[in-house]
Each structure stands twice: as structure tokens, then as C-alpha cells.
Design a protein around this ligand. Structure first.
Ligand code: BG6
Length: 509
């Protein structure tokens, strides 16, 4: 697409600001959403498609086909999706943009175990190929519980279009342990090649997470000091203030360790610790990430803390304890908080702790990566003049308040020499005039283009599970007394002790 075309066709003031210049337009395709009536489709997928349509980034010839159990007509489904967009999209609702997106929208009601339903779906897709010139390209989004994966994958594999490409987007949870993840990988590989499988970890679609790569590898100043010689330790926090939002059925068998640690958290760690890739291809980037995951040392029991929230107050309202949430067993031992001290056993990072924590119902929603550097070796000032000085920290604000800040020591104006810590800040909001794209926009588009860089490869997933399995196995040996932290606090005291024992502390809030 030329610059002139972009400016003419997009309703945005300045589409070039959105970094669109470098992206190529994807091939024509049909996007089939399995689980079309679910929460993900309403809250994330359809609003993401609308945002792409708004920026004129979808292929010229494009169709959405929703597949779910409930009965609905094409028009009824489109109407439902219109409401989802009106409620959840980040852009204003424009009839012309919506009409373009809804034009090719179809719906197939079927049970996933029903072969005849897949035949109907194949007929609809063939129909679209002919009517819209889509050429057989299919992007199949599995936004369904994992029990449904094998039936769908098998049915799709047997009905591939002889023309064009077929790609699968697989939502989490990708297995429940190493064994089930391996089975899933094997099952997928029976019908699809690895370069057709897109395992989603939506954190990788976040701008600030991708910016970690830009920060590290586009700036000459960081890489020489990005190692054990200069870095004292790293802290990664994925804190959420919300509870389980009615997802007890899933969360009871997952807990924070499988919900966040196994995927989002370990990916953030891998991006922070990886070696520079030789280029920015999916193969090179993922090769480097998987090396970090392999180098992760299994933490001993003293290096992992788990917690579960009790009652507390959120914005003045009392909220229930985890065990009081609807659908949760009253004696549930599910973890809603995990903190760990991890080590990456390689030359760059040996002996440098990576402290990580994540949890529900913590005091604030905050995802940050803090790189704490070693103190200056010999500050020549009197001790009292530097009392307010903390070690340098490079703080990546993944969300909210997206940006990066560097904490440095500066002289307080006035007589004498008093030094305290100040921040050099970069805020996305203030620097770029564009809003932040949602992760799903980027990821859906990448999948249409066939770029797997921001998707998790089979070996990465398996390494992630290997670590989680080892941690969970150790949990069988003890039974902490739950609940052990109040909602809207910063987790159990043992989470703080983890750092205190090493003479360190979590970054203050
Ligand atoms: C999902 C988890 O993967 O990520 C949820 O299943 C969690 O439990 C969510 O709330 C957090 O995503 P985000 O983008 O809001 O940080």
C-alpha cells in the first residue's frame, strides 16, 4: 500500500504515525473463529478486527466466519458482533468501517463433534472463496476450551482447501503440564506443520513487550552493561487488582503458576535475558528465547512462595476471599499469587537473581520489568549527602502508563552536595500521538502475514512446562495456610521475605 493510499483510505488523522509504513498488506483470507459466541471473541477478537478495519489493514478480500454451538443466523451473529465492537472497541464506531467488516460475515452453528457441521463450514468457506476471491486461505482461531482442540484440528486437517494456506491460532491454556502439552503438540503436528501453528501468548503482542527488544538491541548503550557484571538483579512483576472474574472453572485447575507464570511471565523473562538474535526472524528470535528457558535453574522450595487471597477492600467495597468466589472449593489450595527467585545458568547471568511475582487481587494493576544495576563502586561524597540515593534502575512499564524510566542520582539544587534519585522518563502517551494498539490486533495481523516471531514455538512451550512441573511437584510436599494475603495488599509476607533474606526488597509502590 502506498503512503497516498493509506492517507486516503484510513479514517485516522495520520495513519503513518501508527507505524504502518513497514507492514505489508496480508493475503486475502477467511478468518474462522471457533468459540465465536465466547468472551474472547466479544471482548478482544472482534474489537481487534474492527481496529484493523479502521486502519484499513485487513486484506481487501476478507471474511469472518463465526462457529459456535448456539443457533444464530448470519445477520443475528453480525448484530451481536456489532454490539461487541460498540462496547469494547478502542476507536469511535463508524458505520462505514463496520459495514466493510460485516459484509463478509457468516455464522455456522454446530457442535464441534459433529462432522456434518464441519462439512457445512467447508461449504461456507468454499462459497466465500468463489464469491469473494479469497483463494482458499484460511486462518482458524481456536478460542475454545482445550478439550475441543483435537476434534476441531482433526476435522480441519481433513478438510484443507487444496488451494491457499491454512493456519491455526491456538489460545491458551496450551496443556496443563508437560505431558499434556507434548500430546497437544504431537496432535497438532499430525495435521499441521509447525509454521502453520500460531500459539498465542498475548503478552508478546503488547507494544511495550516488543519494545524490550528495541530497547536492548537498537541502543548501543545498554548491551555492554546488560549482564552480571553491572546488573545486581532483575524484578518482574505482573500484578492484577482484579480477582478471577467468574472463571473459577478454569482457574481452580490453573492457579497463578499456570495462568501467568508458565506463559506471560516466562516470556517476559526470556526477552529480558536472551542473547541478541542475529536477525529479527521468527527462527532467530525464538532460538535465543528457548536457550534462556533451557538455562533456567529449577528453584528449590525456599525460592518459591505461593499465596491465596483472603477478603479485603477494593475501592472501599469488601471483596470475597478466593475460597468464597463462586465455583471455588471452600478448602481450595489453588495459588492466586506466586513469587520466585530464578537463575539463568549461563555466562551472562550466572548468580544474578531474577525475582518474579504475579498475582490476583494485588494492590494495583501493574506489569513492570525492573533492571537494578549495582551501586557506584566508590561514591566520593559524604555518606549523609547520598542518603536519598538508590541504585540505578531501568524500569520498563509494560502496563499501565506504558513507557520506560531510568532512575539516576542527581544533585538537589542549593548549597552543599545532597544527592537523591530522580527519574528520566519516556511515556508512550506523551511521545507518540497514536493510541496503543491492543495485542490481538498485532497478533492477528502477524498471523495473516505468516510471521511467527511473536508466537510461542513448540519447544518453548515444553521448556516452560518443564519448569512449572518441577515447581508444582515440590508443592505436593507442603500445605501452606491459605488464605495468606488480604485482597488489595502486595501479597503474603513470605513474598517479601524472599528478597529480604538477600538484603533486597521489592520495588516500593
Ligand atoms: C490472561 C489470564 O492470559 O491474562 C488472565 O488468563 C489475566 O487471568 C490476563 O487476567 C491478563 O492480561 P492483561 O493483558 O490484562 O495483562
Amino acid at each position: 500500500m502506498t503512503v497516498a493510499e493509506l492517507q486516503r483510505e484510513s479514517p485516522l488523522q495520520n495513519p503513518l504515525e501508527e507505524g504502518l509504513r513497514v507492514r505489508r498488506k496480508p493475503d486475502p483470507c477467511s478468518l474462522v473463529i471457533f468459540g465465536a459466541s465466547g468472551d474472547l471473541a466479544h471482548r478482544k477478537l472482534m474489537p481487534a478486527l474492527y481496529a484493523l478495519a479502521f486502519r484499513n489493514l485487513l486484506p481487501e478480500r476478507f471474511a469472518v466466519v463465526g462457529v459456535a454451538r448456539s443457533e444464530a443466523s448470519d445477520a443475528g451473529y453480525a448484530e451481536d458482533m456489532r454490539k461487541a465492537v460498540q462496547e469494547h472497541a478502542r476507536d469511535e464506531f463508524r458505520e462505514d468501517v463496520w459495514e466493510r467488516l460485516a459484509a463478509g460475515m457468516r455464522y455456522v452453528a454446530t457442535d464441534f463433534a459433529d462432522e456434518a457441521g464441519f462439512d457445512r463450514l467447508a461449504a461456507v468457506l468454499n462459497d466465500l472463496d468463489g464469491a469473494q476471491g479469497i483463494g482458499g486461505n484460511r486462518l482458524c482461531y481456536l478460542a475454545v476450551p482445550p478439550v475441543a482442540f483435537p476434534t476441531i484440528v482433526d476435522a480441519l486437517g481433513r478438510r484443507r482447501s487444496p488451494d491457499g494456506w491454512t493456519r491455526l491460532i491456538v489460545e491458551k491454556p496450551f496443556g496443563n503440564d508437560l505431558e499434556s502439552a507434548r500430546e497437544l503438540n504431537t496432535m497438532l503436528s499430525e495435521q499441521f506443520h509447525e509454521d502453520e501453528i500460531f500459539r498465542i501468548d498475548h503478552y508478546l503482542g503488547k507494544e511495550t513487550v516488543q519494545n524490550m527488544l528495541a530497547l536492548r538491541f537498537a541502543n548501543g548503550i545498554f548491551e555492554p552493561i546488560w549482564n552480571r557484571q553491572f546488573i545486581d538483579h532483575v524484578q518482574i512483576t505482573v500484578a492484577e487488582s482484579m480477582g478471577i472474574e467468574g472463571r473459577a472453572g478454569y482457574y481452580e485447575s490453573s492457579g497463578a503458576i499456570r495462568d501467568i507464570f508458565q506463559n506471560h511471565l516466562l516470556q517476559l523473562l526470556a526477552l529480558t535475558a536472551m542473547e541478541p538474535p542475529i536477525d529479527f526472524t521468527a527462527e532467530s528470535v525464538r532460538n535465543e528465547k528457548v536457550k534462556v528457558l533451557r538455562a533456567l535453574h529449577t528453584p528449590g522450595p525456599k525460592s518459591v512462595v505461593r499465596g491465596q487471597y483472603g477478603r479485603g477492600h477494593v475501592e472501599g467495597e469488601e471483596v470475597p476471599a478466593y475460597r468464597e468466589e463462586h465455583g471455588v472449593a471452600p478448602d481450595s489450595m489453588t495459588d492466586t499469587y506466586v513469587a520466585a527467585k530464578l537463575f539463568v545458568d549461563n555466562w551472562r547471568w550466572a548468580d544474578t537473581p531474577f525475582y518474579v511475582r504475579m498475582g490476583k487481587r494485588l494492590a494495583r494493576r501493574e506489569t513492570t520489568i525492573a533492571i537494578q544495576f549495582k551501586r557506584a563502586p566508590h561514591p566520593p561524597f559524604e555518606e549523609t549527602s547520598a542518603e536519598g540515593l538508590r541504585p540505578n534502575v531501568l524500569l520498563v512499564h509494560v502496563q499501565p502508563d506504558e513507557g520506560v524510566s531510568l532512575e539516576i542520582g542527581a544533585k538537589v539544587p542549593g548549597q552543599g552536595m545532597t544527592i537523591r534519585s530522580v527519574h528520566m522518563d519516556f511515556h508512550y502517551g506523551g511521545t507518540f500521538r497514536t493510541g496503543m494498539p491492543e495485542a490481538y490486533e498485532r497478533l492477528i495481523l502477524d498471523c495473516m502475514i505468516g510471521d511467527q516471531t511473536l508466537f510461542t514455538r513448540a519447544d518453548e512451550i515444553e521448556e516452560q512446562w518443564l519448569l512449572v512441573d518441577a515447581i508444582v511437584a515440590a508443592w505436593k510436599r507442603d500445605k501452606p495456610s491459605f488464605p495468606n494475603y488480604a485482597a488489595e495488599s502486595w501479597g503474603p509476607p513470605s513474598g517479601h521475605d524472599l528478597l529480604r533474606r538477600d538484603g533486597r526488597a521489592w520495588r516500593s509502590h
